[in-house]
Write a protein that binds this ligand. Sequence first.
Ligand code: Q6P
Ligand code: ZN
Length: 664
Amino acid sequence: MGTALIYDEEMTKYKLLWVDPACKIEVPERLTVSYEALKNSGLADRCVSVPVREATDEDILLVHSEEYLEAVKKTPYMTLEDLKEFTLQYGDVYFHPNIYHCAKLAAGASLQLVDSVMTGKVRNGMALVRPPGHHSMRSAASGFCVFNNVAIAAQYAKLKHGVKRVLIVDWDVHHGQGVQYSFEDDPGVLYFSWHRYEHQKFWPQLRESDYDNVGKEKGEGFNINVPWNKVGMKNSDYLSVFCHMLLPVAYEFNPDLVLVCAGFDSAIGDPEGEMCASPDIFAHLTHLLMNLAGGKVCAVLEGGYNLTSLPQSVCQTVHTLLGDPAPRPANLDGPCESALESLHCSRSAHRKYWSCLKHAAEHPSSDVSTKRLKLAEEEEKVENGEEKEKAEEEVWPEPPKRVTAPVRTALVLPDGVSCPDRCKLFSSSKDPVIVNKLRENFPRDAADSDALTTLSSLVALVEKMEKNEICNGLALVQDVSMAMTCVVQHAAIALSNRVLVVCVGDVLVPAHYKEDGTILLVHFSNKEEEQKSKYHIPVCLKKGCSDVSGFMQAVLGLLLPLGYEYDPSLVLLARTPDSGLCDGAWQQLTGLLQGLAQGHTLVLLQEGERAYVGPTASSLLGEAAPSVGKIKAPLLEDVESMEGLRTRLQVDWKLLQTTAPETG
Ligand SMILES: COCC(O)(O)CCCCCNCCCN
Ligand SMILES: [Zn+2]
């Protein structure tokens, strides 16, 4: 299934007609440079083009009041003076004779996107629209927004498509207060937003944008705010909040549909956000959402004002929606203290609503946190003597070219096992050099020519992945731990790469790992093992991997942060029949891990598990994993052992931190 792209140049046909410093950044070029970039990169032609439509009154009244709609209807006929007058009643927004028409198209585009995804015409998609939406409220325009495109889309999805639970992820750098007000009492819509806040000093300067605003009445717990109290947030800050706040709660919420308020003013170079996250981070943020709701993800453009980072970020998002593996994340050096403070406060505020957070550390007693923040502000005033350089002068590397491998998924299968379609059956030419090398390394199996054939195929496959001729692979082997040793030896030693090895179940872990960092081994099992080193991490789950909740929390809160920080060039995923891991969780794991190593994932299955070839192949082909259902509370002893592991490991692995280090 494809990716929808919804765009119409009519939405470029309105602009600011008078002088207003607050609004001058919202220009038609935002849309044209984004669409041009999608065209020039060939991405637009890979998408399914879906036409816009005008939202009807009925659509708009799902969120807005009649009086507001009637008032906006009058604007096309207003003189310039009347438009200025009309605009004065709202904040940081402007009107234009054609903006009502464009606002109907922006909302209608979002509804077209929801229809295309919910009817299965496409798997996911993006709507490139203006005016944006997330600030507009029931009876007021605000922040360049006239109608709340995503809020209308959420109500529409519930009403027209019977969607029960909608997740709205707002990665725009501003707080979408309009969305928050629309759904704060609605447990069917989980709204997540991070936003520049600076202790309420940044626009729209609302008290209710802080982390303690968790929703109201039946909607308590279904509104998540992560305020950024400093500028300069980077990729590590964004990934930490996804892994330790958004994703655990999102998997517990188990949405039927994901809507993204895709604002790109949270990228580097943006004058509004003044953040430092690189455009390719949106490839990872998008990827991390694509195994929710069976892959039904609708991204709707909100903000983004740097005409260089905006199109780059839009392309990164669409690349990923199309299934292209994300580029390796540039040096993740861990979240900053302010981000950890915000993460901690937000997790604590939601402890009582979400079982995944039940054991999140206690809320810092308010005087400590405000005292610490006061201190931090004092320091900042002092150190910030030199003038911050303007966001527009920021420079950053162009995101790396994302070349799709000619072959996506290759399979090494024993005779008689059929190869799922769209996968390539792979067996190596019996390269004598490789075979002899293997004979030396595996003397006891040298006799067994089948084993040698399999091993030489594996080695050849790893080399093709290394050259990006093949993206990922799956092998059904006699002996998983021998195959693992062979691949690790070849990849880590011969190709001197970093290999992330993820073992599920009681795979015999080859003992002789050098602790030099060329291999990071994360082993999920139900056996207590003491942690040998920074690079050999046993994750012990009481009920092994059969407890989906504990397993998923360990994947989201431990494995993903470790994997991102380690940044491997190959991910080796091995399972054994005794793992007890259910299909859904297995496919979630296989799907999520493809965000690493440019998607170079090699899966090893034990011969007897041929039933897993199909489901694993579909995940390797980029299909969304089935949902694992609502995640319950993990077992207490599992939470305690994972928290203990996190506490020990976070000294070496910064992305595992969830609270600011205690200041002296
Ligand atoms: C949904 O619209 C997308 C958006 O969130 O980016 C709108 C931001 C409005 C920012 C208003 N203050 C501008 C002050 C100028 N320095
Ligand atoms: Zn914004």
